[in-house]
Design a protein around this ligand. Structure first.
Ligand code: CA
Length: 222
């Protein structure tokens, strides 16, 4: 899952980035409103963490522009402002959730995981596909009740496929949601990682749909 952070305070932006990366997200950071608006408008993020007070374009304007352009990504607003009227403005502009500074870093992680899960159409925090389970709040996979050990990259790939289980996910879509904007899209690292995940779960969990992409699906009964 790929997150956009728009935050002009470098120390806070770095702490957010490190926290979210440690939690298994891939992160792009924009330090002003113009770059933040542009990235959110052109890249397919799974969610954004948006500060309100920003240089060049303020957070509310960014959010209004995204929503006017039909961008549906979940947006968690961060702000030092705690007055209800200001929060209301944020919700009216299309915010999904709100955190007032200072906040616990873990709270950002949990709120984002819940926002992303619901945006993908899942009501419950536990996602299942056959014997494969994802505790989406804790960020842990198990297979047939046994914890699955995954590297950070493997986790991101499997997590994206799990949120979209049963659907064909193209190679391009997968790359856009598990790597940041600097990733070399011509490399074959994705194929290598899919191969590693298959060795851990059994080859039948991730189907290659020729010419279209990958689909996570329950193994056919044998
Ligand atoms: Ca700020």
């Amino acid at each position: 899952m790929r997150i956009l952070i728009v935050e002009d305070e470098p120390v806070l932006a770095l702490r957010l980035q490190q926290t979210l990366e440690a939690a298994g997200f891939v992160v792009d950071v924009a330090y002003d409103g113009e770059e933040g608006w542009h990235l959110g408008d052109t890249e397919p993020y799974d969610a954004a963490v948006l500060d309100l007070g920003l240089p060049k374009i303020d957070g509310i304007t960014i959010l209004r522009r995204w929503r006017d352009a039909g961008r549906t990504l979940p947006v968690l607003i961060l702000t030092a402002r705690s007055r209800w009227s200001e929060k209301m403005t944020g919700f009216q502009a299309g915010a999904d959730d709100y955190l007032t500074k200072p906040f616990e870093m873990d709270e950002v992680v949990y709120r984002l995981r819940a926002l992303i899960r619901r945006a993908a159409g899942h009501a419950q925090p536990e996602l299942a596909c056959g014997k494969l389970h994802l505790d989406s709040l804790a960020g842990r996979f198990s297979f047939d009740g046994i914890p699955v050990q995954l590297t950070a990259q493997e986790f991101r790939i499997l997590s994206y496929l799990m949120h979209h289980a049963g659907k064909v996910v193209s190679r391009t879509e997968l790359i856009e949601h598990v790597y940041d904007r600097h990733f070399d899209r011509d490399s074959n690292v994705l194929e290598v990682l899919i191969g590693r995940i298959r060795r851990k779960l059994g080859a039948e969990m991730i189907h290659t749909v020729r010419g279209q992409g990958y689909r996570l699906a329950e193994a056919a009964a044998s």
